[in-house]
Ligand binder design. Structure first.
Ligand code: CDP
Length: 784
């Protein structure tokens, strides 16, 4: 029985983001805003070559510059056993080079100075004598016999092969292919791109030489995990390390790995006894920190003549750069790429993945994606588009024919995932209706008669987010659970501390809303704190859309714990039996007489002033939540394009995005997340690429070469939603932060292919630039 209208800030309320007040006014506190007394500054000297043996390093000129305090080389770090560090994928990575450089932009030496500009000028004066070696810039060449050996320091490493891994059932898949009427093939490349957050990476390392305590202010998406790894790598006692991750200007996976700059700045602070700040510039961020994608994929789909998908066979070659440093759960060598069957009921699938070292920066981060799901989603959706062309079927119809049906959930995929819930036909229908699909198909047919190129791209996607369960998913051995600690103070105001860490997603608002829903304390009265390892419970951090499925669940669970205690206190205050107390939106009342009630604020006060006999004081608790399964958000994206035959220019006319992330905590925040993700997907599809010349020079190391979409070229997005709650999540929410970037690149590219497929053009690799489109048209005699 409801006793009053819901308080503002419940789940489903689009309240404004609390944190925006300080962000919009330029009052955020980012890493570079941190100034400590006596603080020194670090700059990095990086390799101009992709592959070169170091014969000698001369630091004399750099050391002589007034203001320079120290020059750190690999040799110095080696004396402290810090020249190499472990990566998140169980490989090793050079901190500063001791033998040879393995990618352009690799960290060779560091200068510590009293002023950041002095540090940079001095770093340029470091003289390194290189013996240049041939560079390996493609994984195909890396695996050829006789290719230069990149990781010659690794014992037993005789070639550039990193791993072989497979998932699914090979025999069953072979059988499905032997029975197929048709097989559709696609070789495609998902190019190397970069999360390029607005704020680059940095650290202020402050080691107190009197106490030995290390305070590390870091742009970290996973402060607790980083603290543990720092303790293990540097041999510092964990209780003496405090990582503080202040406001973060975007992470998108880029701030998950541990970078050499963090380690050197910390070592320098330890050796010198003063705080040391290092903040990378844009080019440093683009050439040396965690890239994303760089997957060469080959897919085959077995089909019946009626368009039923019978089997899927996928081969993948991953370009991992010089160190295998993918940020992903350790049990999965190619992340969660094996979710490649997507939204379809495919009985048999087999995925084989190989990874190769090349002379490029390491990375493989979950850039707005849950561990390589973006690549998987792209491949399956491009394959379905080509299957539709091959079978002359409508791209929406072939999908509707093959979707996992609502009554099939929970659904076990051929490669081992258990999808929790979904209603794919519904999401598709909402999108088709919103677009006016059938009318646009008629328009397309008319245009085609006149020789005009118009395309309608369809892509349906299924994400898999919210790692754990910890038994199956871990990062460097640390189980992927998460946590929430909630304290309600006597006046009914609360502090919620989390193990996750926002980089702009709005946690200060949305997690407060979960408390509002569960306890009735207005969101404005709930202060959310994250990112300080001394003051928040242990958690694995924010990436791969895991905060809401795991940290959000922990928040709901801890709130419920407190509600149980609050109920006991309310019974005491109302002089009733606990069994007769009901709770609704912040009020406890005796069943049947709602006028006799106590608010959560009354109860909070009583928790410190008027308790039942024998009860501990206070209203607080902590929950560590290990989810029983991932959550599976999904959606359908539709894109309409017009292509100019004379220039190859693709104009996105419309885009409709229908997402289902279960229960939306704050619909406005969700829409913002989707807008950002769609914009990034648009950039990847049409504009972005980090590539390398034959010598391994990085082409894409600044924002004139690596293009970010601006408001000028970004299309308008028309949004829609369906709501299919996750059955195992306490509030039915699924993660959403990444879905749009996962699902949209295929929709954009499929729109182009839909426009030109009838001319025999069935693939144009991303980024789909005007040049490439025009060339493809020219090849088939269709360019003007
Ligand atoms: O881990 P990350 O915060 O990047 O991703 P997420 O858990 O998908 O959440 C992104 C933002 O959207 C957070 O502020 C969430 O609380 C919010 N969200 C929501 O309001 N409702 C959902 N069903 C999912 C996310």
């Amino acid at each position: 029985m409801a006793v009053e209208t819901p308080l503002k800030g419940n789940i489903g309320d689009s309240i404004r983001r609390k944190e925006d007040d300080r962000f919009i006014r330029g009052r955020g506190n980012y890493l570079d805003d941190i100034m400590l007394p006596g603080m020194l500054h670090m700059a990095i000297h990086r390799s101009p070559f992709a592959h070169a043996r170091i014969k000698s390093i001369n630091t004399e000129a750099a050391s002589a510059v007034p203001g320079v305090i120290a020059v750190v080389t690999g040799a110095l770090l080696a004396q402290h056993k810090l020249a190499w560090m472990p990566t998140l994928s169980g490989d090793t990575q050079a901190v500063l080079v001791t033998d040879k450089v393995r990618f352009q932009g690799q960290e060779v030496a560091c200068v510590i100075a009293t002023d950041p500009y002095v540090a940079r000028d001095a770093a340029a004066l470091i003289e390194v004598d290189y013996e240049v070696l041939p560079a390996v810039v493609s994984p195909q060449n890396a695996l050829k016999p006789g290719a230069p050996l990149i990781r010659d320091e690794k014992e037993g490493q005789t070639n550039n092969h990193i791993y072989h891994w497979d998932a699914g059932d090979k025999a069953k898949t072979d059988e499905a292919f032997s029975k197929a009427d048709r097989v559709v093939k696609l070789d495609t490349f998902y190019p190397r791109c970069h999360p390029s957050p607005l704020e680059t990476c940095g650290i202020v390392a402050d080691i107190n030489s009197a106490t030995g305590h290390a305070t590390l202010y870091m742009t970290s998406q996973a402060p607790h995990a980083h603290r543990t790894l720092f303790a293990i790598v540097a041999g510092l006692p964990e209780q003496n390390i405090r990582i503080i991750s202040p406001d973060i200007g975007g992470g998108f996976g880029n701030k998950v790995p541990i970078y050499p700059g963090y380690v050197v700045a910390t070592a320098a602070s330890l050796l010198i006894g003063k705080p040391v700040k290092w903040v990378e510039d844009r080019s440093e961020n683009l050439i040396s920190t965690g890239f994303a994608r760089d997957f060469h994929m080959s897919g085959e789909m077995a089909l019946s003549n009626e368009g039923r998908m019978l089997g899927l066979r996928v081969k993948l070659l991953s370009d991992n750069g010089a160190f295998y440093a993918d940020a992903q759960p350790t049990k999965f060598k190619a992340g969660l790429f094996h979710i490649v069957t997507g939204s379809y009921d495919v009985a048999a699938a087999h995925v084989e993945a190989d990874g190769a070292y090349t002379n490029k920066a390491p990375g493989g981060v979950a850039y707005r994606c849950s561990f390589r799901v973006t690549e998987a989603s792209y491949l399956i959706e491009r394959l379905v588009e080509n299957a539709a062309i091959e079978l002359k079927m409508d791209p929406a119809d072939i999908r509707l024919k093959n979707f996992i049906q609502p009554d099939q959930f929970p659904y076990k995929s051929a490669t081992g995932f258990e999808y929790d819930s979904g209603n794919y036909p519904k999401a598709m229908q909402v999108a088709l209706d919103k677009l006016g699909y059938q009318e646009l198909r008629k328009e397309q047919a008319e245009k085609r008669k006149k020789g005009e190129l118009m395309g309608i791209g369809v892509a349906s996607f299924t994400e898999v987010v919210g790692a754990g369960p910890g038994k199956q998913y871990d990062i460097a051995g640390l189980r992927m659970f998460d946590s929430a600690e909630l304290r309600v103070h006597p006046t009914g105001k609360a502090i919620l501390k989390l193990g996750v860490k926002s980089q702009g997603q709005g946690h200060e608002t949305t997690f407060a809303q979960i408390v509002t829903e569960e306890l009735g304390i207005p969101a404005a009265d709930v202060e959310v704190q994250e990112g300080d390892t001394d003051n928040t419970p242990y958690g694995l951090g924010t990436y791969a859309s895991r905060s809401t499925p795991v940290g959000g669940a922990a928040t709901a669970m801890v709130s419920r714990k407190l509600r149980e205690k609050a109920k006991k206190i309310a019974a005491h205050l109302l002089e009733a039996s606990e069994a007769d107390i009901e709770f609704d939106h912040g009020k406890f009342f005796v069943r049947g007489s709602p006028s006799k009630s106590k608010t959560i604020q009354d109860v909070a006060f009583a928790a410190y002033t008027n308790l039942p006999d024998g009860m501990e004081a206070g209203l607080e608790g902590v929950t560590y939540y290990d989810p029983p399964n991932m959550t599976y958000p999904f959606g359908t994206y539709l894109v309409v394009v017009d292509i100019d035959r004379g220039t190859g220019q693709v104009k996105v006319r419309r885009m409709v995005a229908v997402d289902d992330c279960g229960v939306r905590i704050n619909p406005m925040v969700v829409e913002g997340q989707i807008h950002g993700g769609l914009t990034e997907g648009f950039g990847i599809a049409f504009m972005q690429l980090i590539t390398f010349d034959e010598e391994g020079n990085c082409l894409g190391s600044n924002f004139t070469d690596y293009l970010l979409p601006t408001a000028w070229e970004t299309p308008r997005f028309e949004m829609g939603e369906t709501v299919t709650p996750s059955p195992h999540h306490p509030i039915g929410a699924k993660g959403v932060g990444e879905s749009a970037t996962v699902g949209s690149p295929a929709a954009f590219v499929n729109a182009v292919i839909d426009a030109v497929g009838h001319l025999g053009i069935t693939n144009i690799d991303m980024p789909v630039t005007s040049d490439k489109v025009w060339e493809a048209l020219n090849k088939v005699g269709a360019a003007e």
